[in-house]
Design a binder for this molecule. Structure first.
Ligand code: UDP
Length: 384
């Protein structure tokens, strides 16, 4: 089967990294059409996944756009839609991986007469999106998609609450290659030395810098933790959140934490960095649709604490494979840090258990088989 994947982003966020894993097994039978140039294209090329930047100018609609702004952007989209229609004729199926990809993919699926699959990586609620964007996404999915793949039960629930049709939606979690998350003791030691981790208890935060990802919550928790507790913030402001980055630096300065909080920027050695940490903290203040970093920490065998909302609740069984804390509560995070400091043996046992179960539950080969089966059914139904 030949698949045209569509994604609006030039930058590698969680949805894009997930797409890479899904597209890879299709080899030359896949084309990833992007609506923006950038590092994501380079990553796809490194993995030998066919990719083409289809848009010549960036699309202006943001997650919080109004109806007027959304309508204004349709004209802007015409050249892109035409290109996608042409490409789609050479493929069996259109796979929209983001909201703007859904808009373009829906129109293209109609004109090119190809089935449309929408991979929903978002919680479609007013916490994340404007009313207009919610309505557009759900209406287009209901009208044009043959299948919606939700990345968690939480994303599915929000889709249904927003008016999505129940018979369209299937939940498939993100897949991971467990082998990629195994780092040798020697490499861990070397990285810890390079980063000056000796005698420190290091809490890692792995996410793009954005207010709802809650890096400020971790910084507040560090300020209340014993002095050997330090933090690394791994990730960049991918979508223009420069004000927040400034606020974070200011917060660190005001709390006198310059020596205890480090900003490492975007990194591609996530498994190694996570393995070098004593604890991985997920601190989103709004419900996380899935939370790749939570599973990745488990695969590394590093204890993980996550904010208790959205997909995180499906991933973490508190006290069994990790910890859950109330979103936006630094005090609870500090308590977990203290537990990890004091109860090392118990925490290590929990992290080892998490590694084993995550390797079984989120294996990319199994997840890709599930997706491939769903796509085959869509393709067969379309052709029959
Ligand atoms: N990530 C990365 N480099 C960084 C920070 C994050 O490769 O510097 C990866 C991280 O390992 C994870 C993804 O970005 O796989 C983020 O996915 P998640 O579901 O946690 O959040 P999203 O970006 O989808 O909101």
């Amino acid at each position: 089967m030949k698949i045209l994947f569509l994604d609006q982003s030039g930058k590698p966020g969680g949805a894009e990294l997930c797409l890479m894993d899904i597209a890879k097994p299709y080899g030359d039978n896949a084309l990833v059409g992007l609506f923006a140039d950038g590092d994501f294209k380079n990553l796809l090329q490194q993995q030998q996944i066919p990719v083409e930047v289809l848009a010549t100018q960036s699309i202006q609609v943001r997650k919080q756009s109004s109806l007027l702004q959304a309508l204004g952007s349709v004209g802007q989209l015409t050249p892109l839609i035409n290109k996608v229609i042409q490409r789609a004729r050479k493929y069996d199926l259109i796979y929209a991986n983001t909201q703007k990809a859904l808009v373009v993919g829906a129109i293209a699926s109609f004109f090119a007469r190809r089935p449309l699959v929408y991979h929903l990586h978002d919680i479609l609620s007013s916490e994340h999106f404007s009313k207009t964007n919610l309505r557009v996404a759900v209406t287009l999915a209901n009208r044009f998609a043959s299948l919606v793949i939700a990345n968690s039960q939480a994303s599915k629930k929000a889709f249904l609450q927003a008016g999505g049709q129940p018979e369209l939606i299937e939940v498939v979690y993100n897949g991971f290659e467990p082998k990629k998350y195994q780092t040798s003791e020697e490499d861990i030691r070397q990285l810890q030395q390079e980063l000056g981790f000796k005698d420190k208890f290091v809490v890692g935060h792995f996410s793009r810098l954005a207010p709802w990802k809650g890096q400020h919550i971790l910084i507040s928790a560090i300020a209340k933790s014993p002095p050997q507790v330090t933090a690394i913030l791994v990730g960049d402001a991918l979508f223009g959140e420069q004000d927040y980055v400034q606020e974070l630096h200011q917060q660190v300065a005001e709390l006198g934490l310059e020596n205890r909080v480090r900003f490492l920027g975007f990194r591609s050695d996530i498994p190694q960095l996570m393995s070098a940490c004593n604890l991985v903290a997920h601190t989103s203040t709004a419900p996380e649709p899935f939370g790749r970093v939570i599973v990745e920490a488990m695969l590394c065998g590093t204890p993980v604490v996550a904010a208790k909302a959205g997909g995180a609740i499906e991933l973490v069984e508190p006290g069994i494979n990790g910890f859950l804390v109330t979103p936006g509560e630094p005090q609870e995070l500090t308590e977990i840090i203290n537990i990890c400091l004091q109860e090392t043996e118990k925490t290590v046992t929990m992290a080892n258990h998490a590694r084993t179960t995550a390797s079984q539950n989120f294996d990319v080969t199994t997840i890709n088989q599930q997706i491939s089966q769903l796509l085959k059914t869509v393709d067969l139904l379309h052709k029959s």
